[in-house]
Design a binder for this molecule. Structure first.
Ligand code: FAD
Length: 314
């Protein structure tokens, strides 16, 4: 069904709306797919999940997306508005389950069920949770997975960042502008995975210290929250906050086990296709380099493949 620029509800005159393309995820991959799908005159629904912009929305200072310098959430808002201007409907609900049906697919969320002829999965990744003693207990009370969301609470305090990839380095640099002291704790002997420009900035920051070859073994605190961490070398380090950046997990829980995953849990695709009428884009696709440019590229590709599929079916 082709609906141009009109915005539809789930049901029209008692009939269930069947979208041409349902996109799961409102990160750069999903929003790019929405722009391309809607501009191809297809009816597009974006089920955006909990976080508009996804991981991109957490980037305080984005410097390597061509033509844009600034806050990742601002870019997400621009992309959303652009997609909506072509008729895409963006609803911030999470897909709990996708089933095949006569229309193509039925997508169930916590609030409703939606039908679509094709689906593009663009659900990216979520931060890997720390699984040590105290981690769960102090999450939200000293332990955070988002520096740009929670950094503000640590103004003038001492924080640690756990990890050594680009996310950890970015987090440390962001926090260094707020906290009095930032300690990066990394299990490897050097920042071998981080971009050189970020490593240089971390090394020249006056209030960032690095502790290599070290893992955190447990977290302790009191009723006010986290107060210290203990390393695998037995050091007890007082901290007000711990920002965890130890990697990401693919968001694919809502998809059945029949779709093949790689050893990181990402969806294995032939191009963008994972099944008849089912496409994948962005960080959740196996083999993708985790960058916004790459995610938008695959979002475009998946939408063009979905449009070609719909046009072929007639
Ligand atoms: C701290 C940090 C800094 C970064 N810095 C840079 C940088 O400087 N430059 C760069 O190019 N890249 C950077 N990246 C990586 C970049 O942000 C990601 O590669 C990119 O956002 C991936 O886009 P995506 O659309 O595939 O997935 P994501 O951005 O992860 O978006 C996934 C979307 O799916 C939604 N979702 C998840 N589950 C469901 C569900 N069940 N139902 C519906 N929706 C769901 C989420 O709400 C979200 O909207 C950074 C990442 C982080 C975490």
């Amino acid at each position: 069904m082709t609906v141009g620029k009109m915005v539809f509800c789930v049901a029209i005159k008692g009939k269930t709306m069947i979208y041409d393309i349902a996109i799961i995820g409102s990160g750069p991959a999903g929003l790019t797919a929405a722009i391309y799908g809607a501009r191809a005159n297809k009816s597009v629904l974006v089920l955006g999940g909990a976080e508009l912009g996804g991981q991109m929305g957490r980037i305080a200072q984005l410097e390597n997306y061509p033509g844009f310098l600034g806050n990742g959430m601002d870019l997400a808002e621009f992309m959303k508005k652009q997609a909506e201007s072509f008729g895409a409907v963006v609803i911030m609900e999470s897909s709990l389950k996708i089933d095949k049906n006569d229309a193509g697919f039925s997508i169930r969320t916590e609030k409703a069920a939606y039908d679509a002829k094709t689906v593009i999965v663009a659900t990216g990744g979520s931060p890997k949770r720390l699984e040590i003693r105290g981690a769960k207990e102090f999450t939200g009370r000293g332990v955070s997975y988002c520096a740009t969301c929670d950094g503000f609470f640590y103004n003038g305090k001492t924080v640690a960042v756990y990890g050594g990839g680009n996310s950890a380095l970015n987090d440390a640099l962001y926090l260094a502008n707020l906290a009095e002291k930032v300690l990066i704790i990394y299990r490897k002997p050097a920042f071998t995975r981080g971009e050189r420009v970020l490593v240089d900035r971390v090394e020249s920051a006056k209030n960032i210290e690095c502790l290599f070859n070290t893992e955190i073994e447990s977290l302790d605190g009191d009723e006010s929250g986290l107060t210290f961490l203990t390393t695998n070398h037995g050091q007890k380090i007082p901290v007000d906050g711990l920002f965890v950046a130890i990697g990401h997990e693919a968001n694919t829980d809502f998809l059945s086990e029949e779709f093949s995953r790689d050893n990181l849990g990402k969806l294995v695709a032939d191009g963008t296709t994972i099944a008849d009428g089912l496409f994948v884009a962005g960080d959740v696709r196996s083999g993708n380099k985790m960058q916004i440019c790459v995610a938008t590229g695959w979002g475009c590709e998946a939408a063009m493949d979905a449009v070609a599929y719909l046009n072929k079916k007639g």
